[in-house]
Design a protein around this ligand. Structure first.
Ligand code: SF4
Length: 336
């Protein structure tokens, strides 16, 4: 593991069994995470992008070890965390924290903000009452809220303020890695921008590493360094963020980019492909064979019934598509 790599995921699989009948006989698997390998550099942001049902949240929760994984390994800061005991997992949570999607449901409505922020310190037996009080004040300042908020309850805060508290709570134990699970999707657009700015500032100040889960590619451009595009449990494209926007190689990525609303011609010209994303993502219980995207892909041919390999492109990115090169050079046309 390279020294600046904080997270290394090797061929990770998380399958949920499908059972049938009174005796719950196993008849198959939902392959929610299906053979993913990724590295995450210290101080960087990797965005995991995909539609709802693509498996991105299960992937994040598998890394956090909310689930036992089916196969593969997770190396965090040089340590294999794939098979830790409950006690070891508790310690791990100090270094790896999650910011949840909906701040309204992730904060206990019966607790004051100061108690919410102090809770992780108490759970992990960190400091005495006085030092914890000082840390709680430091945390609320870190997320740019006034100290007087500490005596309030969550219901008196706006959505953006609640998410700031969610971020402060996640920072309480000085983690190295934050998993941000759609942290702005429940917020207004103007508030989203402020939360993204705050997260960027905190990353710089605290040398944090982010795994950013989102369905919204428009948020990724100004926030992430690298992007992994997920479809039905697999990564179909991996790229640095600039190249992904200029030279998306996978038809699924191109469809996602096509669905971003553009507000001016300049933005339009930066999105080279315009292909429709029709239909619903298939049920993971009925996974298409071959290329999983073939049921919706406007370039699909019979060859796509074979699974494409995940290979390096001429742009130094990775994708799984039989026709990536031909599509990029304009040699094949849409079947629509
Ligand atoms: Fe589309 Fe075929 Fe490429 Fe899959 S392999 S993305 S179905 S062209």
């Amino acid at each position: 593991m390279a020294q600046d790599t904080v997270l290394e995921i090797n061929q990770l699989k998380k399958y949920f069994p499908i059972t049938k009948g009174f005796f719950k006989k196993k008849v198959g698997d939902v392959k929610a995470v299906d053979d993913i390998s990724l590295n995450l550099k210290r101080g960087s942001t990797l965005a995991i992008v995909g539609e709802s049902g693509s498996g991105k949240t299960t992937f994040a929760k598998s890394i956090m070890r909310f689930y036992d994984v089916t196969e593969g390994s997770i190396i965090f800061d040089g340590r294999d965390i794939t098979n830790l005991t409950a006690n070891e997992l508790k310690k791990l949570k100090q270094e790896m924290q999650m910011v949840h999607q909906d701040p309204s449901t992730s904060l206990n409505p019966r607790k004051k903000i100061k108690d919410i922020l102090e809770a992780p310190l108490k759970i992990h037996n960190i400091g005495d009452a006085k030092s914890r009080e000082a840390r709680v004040k430091e945390l609320i300042r870190l997320v740019e809220l006034p100290e007087e908020f500490l005596n309030r309850y969550p219901h008196s805060l706006s959505g953006g303020q609640k998410q700031r508290i969610g971020i402060a709570r996640a920072l309480a134990l000085n983690p190295k890695l934050l998993l941000l699970d759609e942290p702005t999707s429940a917020l207004d657009v103007s508030v989203q921008a402020k939360i993204i700015t705050l997260l960027r500032d905190l990353q710089e100040r605290l040398n944090l590493t982010y795994l950013f889960i989102t369905h919204d590619l428009s948020l990724v451009r100004n926030f992430a360094d690298n992007v992994a595009v997920m479809y039905l449990g697999s990564v179909v494209e991996y790229s640095d963020v600039e190249t992904l926007y200029k030279h998306p190689q996978n038809p699924y990525t191109q469809s996602l980019l096509s669905s971003i609303p553009v507000v001016n011609e300049n933005e339009q010209s930066m999105l080279p492909h315009k292909i429709p994303l029709d239909g619903e993502i298939p049920s993971p219980t009925k996974m298409p064979s071959g290329c999983k995207f073939h049921t919706r892909c406007p370039y699909a041919t019979e060859k796509c019934l074979e699974r494409p390999a995940f290979t390096k492109t001429k742009y130094n990115t990775y994708t799984s598509c039989h026709y990536a090169e031909e599509i990029d050079s304009g040699k094949v046309k849409l079947h629509v």
